[in-house]
Structures are given as C-alpha cells and as structure tokens.
Write a protein that binds this ligand. Structure first.
Ligand code: M6R
Length: 609
C-alpha cells in the first residue's frame, strides 16, 4: 500500500530516494520521509504532504553517507502526520515498512513496560523498537532483524538501516512485495518497479519469509532460517507508464487483480478463524449500547451504496437488526426516523463524498450513533464519525471502484458477525463455520481471476451491444446493480440492473434478439426461480450470459455463454459473482477503446453536491 525505496552505492542517496518516491506519488500518498547516513549516524527527514515538500526540506540538509531508505505513506494505522511518517527511528535503527503488523499493540505494551518510548500512532514503529532491542541484547544487525520479524504477526516489506553496521541495508518480506535492483557497485530495494526502473532493469523479487542483505558491491538472500537462496535477476523491459500499473494495461485491471490481497488485509487482525470471533479496531460501541440498537441505517452513494445493499442482507441475517439502506443524496433531504437507538453506517471509499458527509450531519442531529466504513484514513467522514471501520484496499486510482467495493462488503460482513455475536443472535457454531468459509474468499476470488481470458472472449463477443440487462436475486440483486453500473461507467453502454423477479413487471418488454441479459445464478434458495427467469428471456430470443457455479449442468442448455465460478456459502456469493462482472465491464470498455481509468464526466471523489 505504501512505497519503499532504498539505495546503497556512490550516488547522492537523497536524490535517488526522492526520485524513486516521486515515481510512486501518482497513487496519492499522504506523507513521506528518508533516513540517510551522515557523520556516522542516521539522519531522518520526514514531512506530511507531497514529495515536493520533502524535497524542499532536503535542500537545506546535508548528508555525507551514500546509503539511505525512503518511504511514502498511505495511512492505515494513525493519521497522516510527520510523526506517523516513516522512517521510524529508535536507538540507532531506522525502518520503513509496508503492510500491517497485527500484534503491534501487544508488542508495544511489552516494550513500553521495558522502558521503550514510542512517538507515533503507527503499527510500524514497533519494528524499529524490536530490532533495537535485539541489538541491545548483543545480536548482529542481521540476526536482530531475523529475531524481530519472527516476533511479529501480519504482513511486511521492510528496509532497515543500523548505525552499528553502516554499510548495508537489510530488507525482508512477508505478504507485501519487495524487489531488489542490481546495479554496478550499487544496489537498490523497492516495493514497486517504477521506483528504481530508471537506474536498473536487473531485478530480483523476494518471496515471503526471505531476508536480503544489500551492500554496495554485493547482495545476498536468505530464508528466515538462514538458508542461502540462489536466484538470478530478471530483466524488466516495461516502459515507465506500464511499470506504474504493475504491468497491467489500466489501473482498474490492476485493482481488480489486487482484490484477494485487499480482502485479506481488510480481514487481517480482526478475525479468529478457530472461534469465529471478530474484533473491530476503531469500533468502541459497548455491549449495552449495541443491545439497545433497534434499527440500522446504511447510507452511501454509487458503488458504496450497492455494498450497503449487500450489507443489509448480511446484517439482518446474522444479527437480526432491521436495516434500511438509503442513498445519501436522498437521506440528507428527508426526515428519517433515526434516533439515539439507531446506528447509522456511512460507507465511502474516499470519505469525502459531499452527500455522504451531509447525511452524516443529518444523522448526528438525530442523535444516532455514527459508524463509517472508509478506505482513506483520516478522511473527513472517518474523522467525524464516532466509530470507524477502515477497509484496507490501498489506494484506488481507477475511477470505477472495484477493490474498494469488495473490501466494503468484507467490512460489512465483519460488522454483521460482530453485531450478531455481541447481541447473541449469531450462535458460536454458526460463527465458527462461517468464518471457516470467510477465510477462503480470497482464494475463490483468485480462482475467478484465473478465468479472466475466458471472460475477455465473451466480452469481445458482446462489445458492440447497445444495451444490457443484469439480473440477480436476493443478496446478489445488488451485484446485478453493481455490474450494470460498472459497464455503463466505463464503456458508456446503457445497462440496467434488476431483481430478476421484477423482470416480468416491465423490463421484459425490452428483450429481443439483440438484448444480452447477464444473469447471476448461484445455487441458492432461489436457484430454480432464476432458471425460470432465464427461460423467460430465452422465450423472447434474448441472449443469456450466465454466471453460474462450476458443477451446474442445468445451465448449459439454457445460456448462450457461461462464466463458471466456484461454489460458496450464499452469504459469500457476492464476493465471487462480482468479479466476472468487473472483468466483463473492463474488457468491453477496453475493446471499445474508452478511457477506462478516467471515464468521461466522472470524478473519483464527488466532493460537491
Ligand atoms: O468515495 P465514495 O465511496 O463515497 O464514492 C461513492 C461513489 O461516487 C462511487 O462509488 C462511484 O459510484 C464510483 N464511480 C463507482 O465506480
């Protein structure tokens, strides 16, 4: 989510680091910093804001060393500020970190009891403290990093400097990408290819559980157990623009493919797989208050609103609290019946959508409890609500929301389980069983992504259609709405989402031989009903694209094209069924040659009414 770059060589490290960080800046980071050797010690320079601000500060700084690490931050734990910016320095150790340390509170408490003094609100700061602690015990730099990372749970890509060993950088990764760049008498480390592409095209990709030691004229890679890893560098032929997109043609496609990771990050540290328990950091509603809640209002706009519609099914099923879902632009101008026994859940990727903020103020006036589900840390919505549940999707650049949506559904599912367990409506056994399925969702999503080529071929077949109808039922009716929205946003093709049962009350009049109907067909309690809806379409010569489960044989004779997906517990099907619809919309738009990442007339964040 954040950006890392590190350099050891004979160039001016400040320039290499700032240049590398600038190449990552398009993702909208909120703060940045570098740590560079000077006069035998490590000097830190950090600031909130843009890399240009950091660059200005560096003009007046002098460093005599030729080794340094830099970082651009996209806040996850702790607001954007200078003290929360990386590198984090403690007793001769400087660390930059990407990822999430799940057990940081536990480790922080332990080290505070031992006399450690912390200066930030981040999870990352525990790393500099842990490594310094191991060095104090007499371990070498390398062993200190090894010991420290064996104590953390979660994801990390780190680069570390140590005043006692001032000629090298040590880097390590677990579930967060890290790359080594190999030069002539110089070496690099980075989280992303663009950061170092102008210096070298010889790169090595670290695997989980590996540590790299980078000196000026050598590098080596080891496993956590100290076993040497032999790996040849790869030649990267990407141009700089392609590199920014991780090799994908568009940010939207990259973000679609990031979803398994984004869902894992949103679940991370919040669930106990063995018991089905859920912990929601940032939500401090006590049990008594939760038991008094008699109605939940879910408020949002656009795609976030559709996530809210899915959330209604989840919350009502698992916690038995009635849920109303409202568009923020409607809620703000009506006089809702919300009161102090209502919980208002406001969903927004950006946290800056004007209508959603106005709805929040309306809810505040009613005395309701306010909880936001946001992707951007310290956004207005996140700050102004009483409680916040962050999605950890990472920066979303494509205007069409994809990974933010699946992470919003993930957060809503966690909230539903949390409410159900706390109020006693969700039995421990069901929670445990459900959690065992929840942890498989990223794998199911991965599985669907592997079928992208088949979806691309179907998209090519239909790319010239003028209108589309999307049908779904129950918890997947909002997925039909989201599929239609994705298609119209980026391909400019007219598309409508409908609950399948409503078709005969109007939209069936639209069906003829040139009308493709995308139908969601999971094997749930209304499976037979949706098969009948498909028959109704076929009887009027419509063309059916069915998204159906792998072992569904009945669908074959009814649909013109089938996109197969894995089977899942009904409550989890939206995560799986939305992926083909995102890919379908993307490929149709790409065939039409539209500006996929910045479709006409749309803004990523609608901050005006
Ligand atoms: O930042 P928000 O989640 O509040 O944004 C809400 C909508 O503007 C947004 O979801 C919009 O519909 C997207 N373009 C959908 O792809």
């Amino acid at each position: 989510m954040c950006g890392i770059v590190g350099y050891v060589g004979s160039k001016v490290p400040g320039s290499v680091l700032v240049e590398g960080l600038k190449r990552l800046e398009y993702r909208g980071y909120d703060s940045a910093g570098v740590a560079i050797f000077d006069n035998g010690g490590i000097k830190i320079c950090r600031c909130e804001g843009k890399i240009a601000d950091l660059e200005k500060r560096l003009v007046d700084e002098h460093f005599d060393g030729s080794i340094g690490i830099g970082h651009t931050r996209w806040a996850t734990h702790g607001r954007p500020s200078e003290t929360n910016a990386h590198p984090h320095y403690y007793e001769g150790i400087a660390v930059v970190h990407n990822g999430i340390i799940e057990n940081y509170l536990e480790l922080k408490t332990m080290m505070i009891e031992e006399g450690g003094v912390f200066s930030s609100e981040t999870d990352s700061e525990v790393l500099s403290h842990l490594i310094a602690r191991s060095i104090r015990k007499g371990l070498s730099f390398e062993d200190a990093v090894r010991e420290s990372i064996s104590m953390v749970r979660g994801s990390y890509a780190i680069a570390v400097l140590c005043e006692k060993d001032p000629t090298r950088i040590i880097a390590a990764r677990n579930e967060s990408p890290l790359i080594l760049g190999v030069g002539e008498n110089e070496n690099y480390v980075a989280s992303d290819i663009p950061a170092i592409l102008s210096h070298t095209r010889k790169m090595l990709f670290l695997d989980d559980g590996e540590i790299a030691v980078l000196d000026r004229d050598a590098y080596r890679i080891q496993t956590l157990d100290g076993e040497a890893v032999e790996r040849e560098p790869k030649h990267i032929s990407w141009d700089p623009i392609m590199a920014e997109k991780g090799g994908y043609k568009h940010f939207m496609l990259k973000e679609i493919f990031e979803q398994p990771r984004a869902i894992i990050d949103t679940l991370r540290g919040r669930i106990v797989e063995d018991t089905g328990d859920v912990f929601l950091d940032g939500v401090t509603l006590d049990e008594e208050t939760l038991k008094r809640i008699n109605r939940i209002y879910v408020i949002a706009c656009g795609t976030s609103y559709y996530a809210g519609l899915v959330g209604k099914f989840m919350i009502e099923e698992l916690s038995h609290i009635p849920v109303e879902v409202d568009l923020a632009s409607e809620f703000r101008y009506r006089d809702p019946l919300a009161d102090e026994n209502s919980l208002i859940v406001l969903i927004s990727q950006s946290g800056e959508t004007a209508d959603t903020l106005a709805a929040m103020r309306q809810g505040r006036e009613k005395g309701a409890k306010l909880l936001s589900i946001c992707n951007v840390v310290e956004s207005t919505l996140a700050r102004d609500c009483d409680h916040v549940l962050y999605t950890h999707a990472g920066p979303e650049i494509g205007v069409a929301s994809t990974k933010a949506f699946t992470c919003q559904m993930t957060a809503l599912l966690l909230l539903a389980m949390y409410l159900g367990r706390t109020r006693g409506d969700l039995e421990a056994d069901r929670a445990k069983e459900l959690m065992q399925h929840v942890v498989q969702v990223p794998g199911y999503v991965e599985d669907v992504l592997e079928r992208a080529e088949e979806i691309r071929e179907i998209a090519e077949f239909y790319a010239d259609a003028a209108d589309f109808l999307y049908l779904g039922r129950g918890i997947n009716y909002p997925i039909a709405l989201e599929g239609a929205l994705k298609l119209k946003e980026i391909s400019y093709i007219h598309a409508e989402g409908y609950p399948a049962g409503e078709m005969k009350h109007g939209p069936i009049a639209l069906i003829d031989e040139v009308m493709p109907v995308v139908t969601l067909v999971p094997r749930d309690s209304v499976y037979e009903k949706i098969l009948s809806n498909i028959e109704e379409v076929k009887a009027r010569k419509g063309q059916v694209i069915a998204v159906a489960e792998d072992d569904d044989r009945e669908i074959a004779e009814r649909a013109d094209h089938i996109i197969k997906v894995p089977h899942a517990d009904t409550i989890l099907t939206p995560f799986i069924l939305v992926i083909p619809l995102q890919l379908f919309a993307y490929y149709v738009a790409d065939f039409k040659g539209t500006d996929v990442d910045q479709p006409r007339n749309l803004a990523k964040s609608v901050t005006v009414e």
